[in-house]
Design a protein around this ligand. Structure first.
Ligand code: GLC
Length: 506
């Protein structure tokens, strides 16, 4: 493993949604045994770190974001000793390990909440009130639920996810201990869930100033351990407010949701890229480039639609998608994202070009968004379908006979095995790109090169040039040796919806 103290500034980070990655014991649910058995695949992919969604004991009311115990492992996933073994093995493969921490809310199955139900004094760790206010849950429906003795508790998400009270010093102490607990076990960083929502006031809860003191304290703890990082899930439209989380004594990086939501259109992409760079570079924080995660529509499906933006509301579910076009654009977008300065995230299955599964049977859907919107919002299950590894039919080598979400027929060409054998596959594109990226890309800046309006062209310090054609007709490539292209070239021309990487001739 490279010992660079700033490895995280240019890292490629692979997001593991453990439930759907690989099932080692055949119960239909992904687990640590499955993940450990696939570390070779991840090493060959060429990533620097994995980020795992919550692996803690949980009733899974929100896919593990309802944490019952922050210091243990969900038995369906494995055990604490196995998690420690996994961390050591990942390190042996040159892969760092980032885990999720969920400070905004816990679970109604947590010891603290169970205590709060029987002891009113213990309610100060949460938000219990005699009367609810008018806040709605982010998942739909009211944000308050009544307990048998008449009081109400706040949950910004599902009722099984009671919000913690960050005005209570005990909550601060608890999370500082939790960070140390996992740093002591070798984890390399935390992805902080709902990082801007912790504090509540009479008027709201988004991005209240006190949250920065929490992250300053967390940064001190991370720095004590050296080389450990904090990544914020911060959805804030205001760039100036967003940048405050990335001050030198706060978080190392935060997810770039503007890029993730941006339509496949050149002017908008260029605007988002410029805005991202001008937000990050002056404060010395590396930008991050994210095309997908466990909450959003798979890019292959999104980019094949007439409207290629992502928005949470209706998710454009079921609106027609030309998957072939979507796949071509997703390939081009991947090379674009990987060439930009900073860190890049790859959400499991993105490297296989999986589409969103939009025809899940209603009774298979598990995301609370679906039930709480009375089915109006299909929720996020369609991007969480278990990965296809091998073979011609479900479960495609995922594990036991019945994965927790059904996989579609017709994914035999998308398995990792099938794609490894096909030089033109999405998987081989990701592998080649991530390798080149290691040496030539990552941290730094970019300089835009002159180009037509439909083209994004820029050079990096290493001399690599990245050109994406988002127009309708082929455009001439700049001089230089083509190192990699997301699709076939037409002689010296770059076809529509294609990205090429070139070595600049000087
Ligand atoms: C974040 C997670 C999402 C979860 C929510 C509540 O947005 O990414 O999956 O449902 O927080 O914890």
């Amino acid at each position: 493993m490279s010992m660079s103290r700033t490895w995280w500034r240019g890292a490629a980070i692979y997001q593991v949604y453990l439930r759907s990655f690989a099932d080692g014991n055949g119960d239909g649910c992904g687990d640590l045994a499955g993940l450990r058995s696939r570390l070779g695949y991840l090493k060959e992919l060429g990533i620097d770190a994995v980020w795992l969604n919550p692996w803690y004991p949980s009733p899974m009311a929100d896919g593990g974001y309802d944490v019952a115990d922050y210091r243990d492992i969900e038995p369906v996933f494995g055990t604490l000793p196995e998690a420690e073994k996994f961390i050591a093995e990942a390190h042996d493969h040159g892969i760092r390990v980032i885990i999720d921490v969920v400070p905004n809310h816990s679970s109604t199955a947590s010891a603290w909440f169970e205590e709060a139900l029987v002891d009113r004094k213990a309610r100060e760790r949460f938000w219990f009130r005699d009367e609810p206010n008018d806040w709605s849950s982010i998942f739909g429906g009211p944000a308050w639920t009544q307990v048998p003795d008449g009081q109400w508790y706040l949950h910004l998400f599902a009722p099984e996810q009671p919000d913690l009270n960050w005005d209570n010093p005990e909550v601060h102490q608890e999370f500082e201990d939790v960070l140390r607990f996992w740093f002591d076990r070798g984890v390399d960083g935390f992805r902080i869930d709902s990082a801007a929502l912790l504090f509540k006031s009479a008027t709201g809860y988004e991005d209240l100033d006190d949250v920065h003191d929490v992250y300053r304290r967390w940064r001190e703890i991370a720095d004590e351990y050296g080389e450990r990082i904090l990544i914020g899930e911060v959805w804030l439209p205001d760039q100036e407010r967003f940048a405050r989380y990335l001050r030198p004594d706060e978080l190392h990086t935060a997810f770039n949701f503007d890029f993730l939501s941006c339509p496949w259109r050149p002017a908008e992409l260029r605007r988002v890229i410029d805005l991202t760079l001008s937000t990050h570079l002056p404060i010395g924080a590396p930008p991050t480039w994210v095309l997908s995660n466990h909450d959003v529509t798979r890019p292959v499906t999104r980019y094949g639609r007439a409207d290629t933006a992502f928005e949470h509301g209706g998710r454009l579910h079921g609106s027609p998608s030309d998957l072939e076009l979507g796949r071509r654009r997703a390939r081009a977008a991947a090379l674009l994202a990987m060439a930009l300065p900073g860190c890049v995230y790859v959400y499991q299955g993105e490297e296989l070009g999986l589409p969103e599964v939009e025809d899940l049977p209603d009774d298979a859907r598990q995301d609370p968004m679906y039930a709480r919107s009375d089915g109006a919002n299909p929720g996020r299950d369609g991007c969480r379908v278990p990965l296809p590894w091998t073979g011609g039919e479900p479960p495609y080598g995922f594990g036991g006979p019945r994965p927790w979400l059904p996989q579609p027929e017709g994914w035999h060409g998308l398995t990792a095995q099938a794609q490894l054998a096909d030089p033109g596959s999405m998987l081989n594109l990701y592998r080649s790109a991530l390798r080149l990226r290691r040496d030539l890309l990552g941290d730094g800046t970019l300089s835009w090169l002159p180009s037509g309006d439909d083209v994004l062209a820029f050079g990096r310090d290493s001399g690599l040039i990245c050109v994406s054609n988002l127009g309708a007709v082929p455009v001439p490539l700049p001089p230089g040796e083509v190192l990699l292209a997301s699709g076939p070239l037409e002689g010296a021309a770059l076809p529509p919806d294609t990205t090429a990487w070139l070595a600049s001739p000087e």
